[in-house]
Ligand binder design. Sequence first.
Ligand SMILES: [Zn+2]
Length: 429
Amino acid sequence: MAQALLIRGGRVIDPSSRLDTRADVLIEDGRISQIGPGLKARGAEVFDAAGCVVTPGFIDLHTHLREPGREDKETIATGARAAAAGGFTAVCAMPNTTPVNDSASTTRFIVETAKREAIVHVYPIGAITRGSNGEELSEYADLKAAGCIAVSDDGRPVQNARVMRRALEYARTFNLPVIDHCEDLDLSKGGAMNEGPVSVAMGIPSAPAVSETIMVERDVLLAEYTRSHVHIAHISTAGAVDAVRRGKARGVRVTAEATPHHLVLTDEAVRAHDYDPITKMNPPLRSEEDRQAVMAGLLDGTIDAIATDHAPHTTEDKVCEFDCAAFGIVGLETAFALCHDVLVRSGALDLNRLVQLLTAGPARALGLPGGALEKGRPADITIFDPAESRKVEPESFRGKSRNSPFVARTLVGWPVATIVDGVIVFRSR
Ligand SMILES: [Zn+2]
């Protein structure tokens, strides 16, 4: 049994209960036992949170852990350590591993490995179709029974609308959300960055924003028709945000997430990094107009969560010509600092809303546990220092990969402690 822990003197923010006050938090037997001013607990370990903010543990809806199959890029253990360093107490693991997680046995492997080796909660996502081949549906009853919390063919999105319709209908039976990486692969074929003036100037093959928007429109219509829940992964275009907004307005069960990089960068970053594939990801960095539309979606509630799309790659996969490089960047360890530094400090986003987008927002979007500070509930808690200024240094990454375009950038506002089930699994001071 974990020792009692008293988090003393912090600003406690829990958007799920509209709490924003100076208070202590007492944890006993792994659970939150009291929240209030001037708490005393004989024999408890004390964490001095003066100057810090205490919130529910962050939840990442979109993580690539690479295990099984590409343990050279990341493992369940190292991905979980990266998550903890970024303030995340839970991550949802995408199924595009080797083998693809389309079966109860692979799901069980992930659940059991995580239980043994991961310092944060790991929620597996199963594949929509067998092998993510876009044709035959996986067995959702088995996936759910083994521990999957959603299904997705992220990375190899379902192109056939009939298959997607069947997936939504079948998933609804088991109350599983269908997460879609929205991309029309014919429209985007060969594209390595966003289509626009920058791709033309640089001569890099490109994919148009409409290749994402058209699939979001399809999914919203299919979710409406089947009365099922679709969750739009890493939304990045103005048209896609508009489609989700209209869908929500007429009662469609559609939720959406946005990544930190699509909120703070545009395709101008590809030019600024001078053909370095460190800015190559899928969906690609979009135009300033798209970035602003995603930001507006965050502010008006169209977008439910910020998710990292943490995509670790080896140096060999990333250091080559732009066209040939792998898509994706790591994100768990910089997500909070980046959003806090660029969005909150500039006044673009309220601190309470940022916390909500990392806690209650994702929990509610996919029906996950956590996301709130409640007496009697397991103590999953994040503590960050909004004034800590630190440079992003890849040598300090807990994850295995180093592919981040934010290296060497100084950011203000960092997680200082992460607590899972009452145990401090990360602390920087
Ligand atoms: Zn994706």
